[in-house]
Design a binder for this molecule. Structure first.
Ligand SMILES: C[S@@+](CC[C@H](N)C(=O)[O-])C[C@H]1O[C@@H](n2cnc3c(N)ncnc32)[C@H](O)[C@@H]1O
Length: 529
């Protein structure tokens, strides 16, 4: 993984294990070379795992921890996506129930927290984490996660990690891991943070980066976007470290929230088509298995719904989703276009609101439209076909449109972005994102939004959406495109989401994990003049 990029130098704290004079520890070096670098720690391991007569006992194979470890190695060695690989590993190894839950929690928690953990490791060793052999470092991180963020007893956290290192890395490194972890175990996470993180008075961003395990540039970007100071930034970063709840969408005309509730889901807070699944495999719910319902973040549902609620005068039969793959929003838009917004809005009616309420009042769409879903990548366009059954789906470049200008009444452009709004979902992604991708993404975002406005007819509506709150991808893009084109006006997106509060100062709507429990999704609604 690329960059830990944290807040800066650790301050001296708990006694460091003596790692000797640098050099990489690991399989390449004989264990003898490393013995003694761990501070000459001859004491019994904290796991009590030294056998009689001083000989180490046979390490115990622990399938859940081994699986978590293999996931960490795959993420590091071959850039695997944790949330795609983990289900495969669990299936291959026959892990289910508590073991599957443990393996997943340990792997994802370690990936999220490693920015903090590496600073603690640095304070407990005279070798910098980056000088350690990556397999050893990953195992130690797994142990630190168990010590500092789980209820696993310290002796078990240390003992099982030492066993893991002995089995998977070597006997010498296991002694080093034992020494480091025993030092880590002398303090709680709350006690380590003031020791290893920069002083918040001197370096607030650096402090937050270490305390909440985010790269520094992401802390800066999120702090600018949330605009609420360090306390609110801390709440946001903390929410990024939580496992997101599983939210389902019942696609109108195909499934109902009632059906999802009957299958064990709970009522949702905002979207009339959402339900929360507290536990269990969503794929076991018939409506999900039959693609009538799906897993979809509530903010993703609401931005699609908001686009359909803006009244448009004249015809309203042609909709476009310009960046549709893999098809989450297209699946909902397709169902809304075909069957209408069945759930409706309190106090609004499809018949009267448009004429009586003026052009800004939200209106439930009555149905009878057709969606064209476009996606650049052919294999992702195929996925859209599975979710958007009534839509026409094409593999097409939205910046070089195959459709006539001004052909659509409503256009969704859910632009490619850094994904900083969905860090909760992809545990390793914060370490892989690169701020150097922003200029190129910005060019594409501007081109796509310009093209979306070109595709909308005068009076038609465009939704510009990103799963990132980064200002360079949100307000800056919209502002630049509006200034250059001069043929669109901004609507107050919040007016089309009356069930959601706290969406910011407008006219855009910004969702937040710590405020809404959703991804940090951004929505701008624009009307073509
Ligand atoms: C943020 S994702 C869209 C997610 C999708 N709306 C959903 O809800 O499932 C952005 C998508 O835009 C596609 N894309 C990138 N450049 C594009 C272009 N020039 N034209 C059309 N699609 C493009 C990407 O392949 C990616 O699938």
């Amino acid at each position: 993984m690329s960059d830990r990029g944290n807040g800066g130098g650790s301050r001296e704290g708990g006694g460091r294990a003596h790692g000797g004079s640098g050099g990489r520890a690991g399989r390449g070096q004989g264990p003898g070379a490393r013995q003694g670098r761990t501070g000459g720690d001859r004491r019994q391991g904290a796991g009590g795992n030294r056998g009689r007569g001083g000989r180490p006992p046979r390490a115990v194979h622990d399938e859940a921890r081994n699986t978590a470890y293999d996931l960490l190695r795959a993420v590091d060695e071959r850039d695997a996506y944790a949330n795609l690989l983990m289900p495969v590993l669990l299936r291959e190894r026959g892990l289910s129930g508590r073991d599957a839950g443990l393996a997943t929690e340990l792997a994802y928690g370690t990936l999220r927290g490693l920015g903090t953990y590496d600073e603690v490791v640095a304070a407990c060793s005279d070798r910098a984490p980056e000088d350690l052999d990556p397999p050893l470092l990953d195992a130690i991180r797994l142990g630190v996660h168990q010590l500092l963020r789980t209820r696993i007893p310290p002796h078990a956290a240390v003992g099982t990690t030492v066993d893991l290192v002995r089995l998977r890395v070597g006997v010498g490194p296991s002694k080093y891991a034992n020494a480091v972890l025993r030092k880590v175990a002398t303090r709680s996470l709350e006690q380590w943070i003031p020791i290893v993180a920069p002083d918040p008075a001197d370096d607030p961003v650096g402090h937050l980066a270490v305390a909440y395990s985010h790269p520094r540039w992401i802390v800066t970007a999120l702090r600018d976007a949330v605009g609420g100071g360090d306390d609110e930034t801390a709440a946001l970063l903390a929410a990024d470290n939580e496992r997101p709840r599983v939210t389902l969408v019942a696609r109108p005309g195909r499934a109902s929230v009632r059906e999802l509730l009957a299958a064990g889901a709970l009522p949702a807070g905002f979207s009339p088509y959402a339900a929360y699944l507290p536990e269990g495999d969503p794929g076991m719910i018939p409506a999900v298995a039959e693609s009538r319902a799906a897993v979809q973040d509530e903010a993703s549902q609401l931005v699609a719904l908001a686009l359909t609620r803006v009244p448009v005068a004249g015809g309203d039969g042609r909709w476009l989703d310009m960046c549709a793959g893999p098809g989450g929003k297209a699946g909902l838009l397709d169902a809304l276009a075909t069957h209408g917004d069945e759930a409706g809005l309190p106090g609004a009616s499809a018949a009267g609101a448009s004429s009586e309420g003026g052009p800004t009042r939200p209106v439930p769409f009555p149905g009878g439209a057709r969606l064209l879903a476009a996606e650049l990548q052919y294999h992702r366009a195929r996925l859209v076909r599975q979710t958007a059954g009534e839509a026409a789906v094409v593999a097409a470049d939205g910046t070089a449109p195959a459709w006539r200008p001004g052909a659509f009444d409503r256009v969704m452009v859910d632009a490619p972005c850094t994904g900083l709004g969905a860090l909760r979902r992809r545990p390793e992604s914060r370490w892989r994102r690169d701020p150097r991708s922003l200029p190129e993404l910005g060019r594409l975002q501007r081109a796509l939004l310009g093209s979306a406005l070109g595709a909308a007819r005068p009076g038609g509506v465009v939704a510009y959406v990103t799963c990132s709150p980064h200002l360079a991808e949100t307000v800056t893009v919209v502002g630049d495109v509006l200034r250059d084109r001069g043929d669109a006006e901004v609507l107050d997106a919040r007016a089309y989401l009356p069930e959601v509060g706290d969406l910011g100062g407008g006219p855009y709507a910004q969702f937040w994990p710590h405020r809404h429990g959703t991804d940090a999704m951004f929505l701008a609604l624009l009307r073509r003049r």
